[in-house]
Design a protein around this ligand. Structure first.
Ligand code: GAR
Length: 207
């Protein structure tokens, strides 16, 4: 069984997609062992509890320094003894300690086709605003392994989504979630859980 810890900050629709996929048998060989949010009021925490998954908040507001928060976050993740850490809309600058500890064992879902519209400042709705501002006809989502850079780790899965003429950032965000994020995040976890991912020379492959 692959032990998966999920880190979240918001609504948790990606977390829900993973919970549902495990329940429906679309992800096999996997147990979600814990959910951690940096925000107390994240609806994602409720989704976890509704599914009977241990969930907790580790907020920077509860610590005097960033270092203390970073250590508490790492300790909370480690306590679940995860084989894989999934960042599902976790909007926190990741502590290096965590990145090092879970090298090649931590994935992130990003709402664009990396390397477009990624990196510092590109998260959530902002990504879709910029896609529309540039007049792109295609966008999408990416699942990648997490390394020391910002959205720079090995890409595992990507899916393209059409941009329509009258899209608003909200409409586009929803389409990218439905058609791409909620599909490829569970798919990526299932591949990893079943030993079907290889990382070689800084690139990830589904084998
Ligand atoms: C998702 O669109 C995810 O791709 C994005 O935050 C949203 C979280 O939604 N992540 C990033 O922008 C990371 N750079 P959710 O809480 O409903 O899953």
């Amino acid at each position: 069984m692959l032990r998966v810890a999920v880190l979240v900050s918001g609504g948790g629709t990606n977390l829900q997609a993973v919970i549902d996929a495990v329940k429906e048998g679309k992800i096999t060989n996997t147990e979600i062992v814990g959910v951690i949010s940096n925000k107390k009021d994240a609806y994602a925490l409720e989704r976890a509890r509704n599914a009977g998954i241990p969930a907790q908040c580790v907020s920077p507001k509860d610590y005097e320094t960033r270092e203390q928060f970073n250590e508490a976050l790492l300790a909370a993740v480690k306590a679940y003894q995860p084989d894989l850490v999934v960042l599902a809309g976790f909007l926190v600058i990741l502590p290096e300690l965590l990145i090092r500890e879970y090298k090649n064992r931590m994935i992130n879902i990003h709402p664009s086709l990396i390397p477009s519209f990624c990196g510092k400042g590109f998260y959530g709705l902002k990504v879709h605003e910029e896609v529309l501002a540039r007049g792109c006809k295609v966008t999408g989502a990416t699942v990648h392994f997490v390394d020391e850079g910002c959205d720079s780790g090995p890409i595992l899965l990507q899916r393209a989504v059409a941009v329509e003429k009258d899209d608003t950032p909200e409409i586009l965000q929803r389409r990218v979630m439905e058609q791409a994020e909620w599909q490829i995040l569970p798919q990526a976890i299932n591949l990893i859980a079943n030993g079907k991912v290889e990382i070689k020379d800084g690139h990830a492959y589904a084998v």
